[in-house]
Structure formats: structure tokens, C-alpha cells
Design a protein around this ligand. Structure first.
Ligand code: AMP
Length: 222
């Protein structure tokens, strides 16, 4: 048996066609179901549908052998006991700092700035490397609200089109990293269930290359 933990939402919508092309078909419609565990046409493959922040936890503990998670989550929560196998080249976006349009930047080297984010580990490291003094405020959603209401000077969030920032009077400032979703594996599972894990990661890799022949699977470092 192999268990694959998927990230719900935008990433799931782009993962399902890849799984389909790899020959993994859930036994019921994941999008319209409230279930969290799904059997598939393959007796040996089971799917879990989780929040992005939880996928690494399930894979790290070996409850899931494989997982699909955004690079942002891997950067934030680390790769302890996890291998990053493949860039799936889906759900591409950028991890950025953002602030109210036109707001002058406080000199963070002299004065402390407040930064709200879901990604407090990434943000801490980013500002620290720049020598900027920050107070980090952990939020779990609607980050764009924080600068508007004066909770924070800046935010660190993932940006795709930038429409959400614009709609809330914010503008992107610095690029921290390019993000796409990755196939990850539990390190022990890769040894103990080598054949099965390799078989399905190869199939998913083939599906990625079939969708995007030029770019697939080559960008493991970002
Ligand atoms: P946008 O308005 O297109 O810049 O999208 C920004 C909003 O969508 C933010 O609330 C982000 O948290 C979310 N978002 C954008 N891209 C992704 C992605 N690849 N994965 C998860 N969330 C995303």
C-alpha cells in the first residue's frame, strides 16, 4: 500500500490531472466530496487531502509515503526525513514581500518593522540576511488585511497575478523565491517501499514531462 498526501485548493486542482495521466483515478470525485481519504482504481494507492501546512507533517511521520506540497511549505517547515523528488511545475507563484502602495520603507536597520506572514521562518531568515530588524506576526490567512488596519508594516505572502495585493491597496516589493509544487517522499518509505514509491514517482514524472516537455522536473534547486 502507498499513501499520497495531496494539498487541497489550487494545488489539488492542478495535481489531479497529473495523477490522472499517471493512471491514478480516485474512486469518487474529490472536488465534490467532504471525505479526507480516497481509495483509487489502483488497489495499492490511497490519497489523503490535507491543508498545505500539514502535508509535510504527514510525510515526515511516514503516514503518507509521498506528498504534493508547495515549495513555500518545504522552505517554511524544512525537509527533515523528507526527500524532494520532483518539480511538478504546477501552481507556480512567487513568494514576496508586499506593502501599501507608495508607503515609504522604514529603515529597518535603525528601526524595527513589523511583518505579518504565514511563513514566519522564511520571513525571519529573509529579513535577517538583509540586516533588517523585524517583529514577526504569525497569521493563518487574509494577510493582506494586516497592513491596511495597521497590524503590520509589511507582509510576506505568495503572489500569482498580484490582483489580491492590488485589490487591497498593496504592492509587491521584494522577490524571496519562485514557488511551484513538488513531489516529496518519506525517506524511510523510499527504502522500505522502494519499488512502489519509485514506480509511482516515475509515472508522475512521466506525466509532468508529457504536460510540459521543455521544463519538467529540471528545477529541483529552487
Ligand atoms: P493573486 O491575486 O493571483 O496574486 O493570488 C494571490 C492569492 O492566492 C493569495 O491569497 C495567495 O495566498 C493565493 N495563491 C496564489 N498562488 C498560489 C499558489 N500557487 N498556491 C497557493 N496559494 C496561492
Amino acid at each position: 500500500m502507498i499513501t499520497i498526501a495531496l494539498t487541497k485548493g489550487r494545488i489539488l486542482a492542478e495535481t489531479l490531472p497529473l495523477l490522472d495521466a499517471a493512471g491514478i483515478h480516485p474512486n469518487e470525485d474529490i472536488n465534490s466530496s467532504r471525505k479526507l481519504v480516497f481509495e483509487t482504481n489502483e488497489e495499492s494507492v490511497r490519497l489523503l487531502v490535507l491543508r498545505g501546512a500539514d502535508v509535510t507533517t504527514y510525510v515526515r511521520h511516514g503516514i503518507a509515503d509521498l506528498g504534493v506540497a508547495g515549495k513555500d511549505m518545504l522552505m517554511e517547515y524544512g525537509l527533515t526525513d523528507i526527500y524532494e523528488l520532483l518539480d511538478l511545475n504546477i501552481a507556480r507563484c512567487r513568494l514576496m514581500t508586499a506593502a501599501p502602495v507608495g508607503q515609504r520603507r522604514i529603515d529597518g536597520k535603525r528601526q524595527r518593522i513589523s511583518v505579518a506572514s504565514k511563513f514566519t521562518n522564511i520571513a525571519r531568515q529573509f529579513y535577517e540576511e538583509k540586516g533588517v530588524n523585524v517583529e514577526l506576526i504569525k497569521l493563518y490567512g487574509a494577510l493582506e488585511l494586516a497592513p491596511i488596519v495597521g497590524l503590520a508594516d509589511e507582509i510576506v505572502d505568495v503572489v500569482d497575478t498580484g490582483n489580491t495585493l492590488t485589490a487591497n491597496g498593496l504592492e509587491p516589493r521584494e522577490l524571496i523565491a519562485h514557488v511551484s509544487s513538488r513531489l516529496i517522499a518519506n525517506k524511510a518509505a523510499l527504502k522500505v517501499k522502494y519499488e512502489l514509491v519509485r514506480h509511482w514517482s516515475d509515472k508522475i514524472g512521466d506525466a509532468v514531462r508529457a504536460q510540459q516537455p521543455a521544463a519538467a522536473g529540471t528545477d529541483r534547486g529552487r
